[in-house]
Design a protein around this ligand. Structure first.
Ligand code: FES
Length: 78
């Protein structure tokens, strides 16, 4: 898949959907969990209420409608 740049004022979900990538989502607010996506590489910056603390600590999934990456590169299992 082609790499995409996520600017500070946009979500990963916004960038992917506008690029034509099919991803599941619903609320776009970090509450429903529909957009939860596997993280293959990077440390997520969780900004979402529904993930349990143990899920956050594992860092292997993120809600792409609200979460960001702590580093410059983020690899997702889409
Ligand atoms: S779309 Fe609902 S949590 Fe992301």
């Amino acid at each position: 898949m082609t790499p995409h740049v996520v600017p500070p004022d946009r979500s990963v979900l916004q960038v992917l959907t506008e690029a034509g990538v099919e991803v599941d989502f619903s609320c776009r607010e970090g509450t429903c969990g529909t957009c939860e996506t596997d993280v293959l590489e990077a440390t997520p910056d969780h900004r979402d209420p529904p993930l349990r603390e143990d899920e956050r600590a594992a860092g292997d999934t993120m809600l792409i409608c609200v979460a960001r990456s702590c580093g410059p590169r983020l690899v997702l299992g889409l």
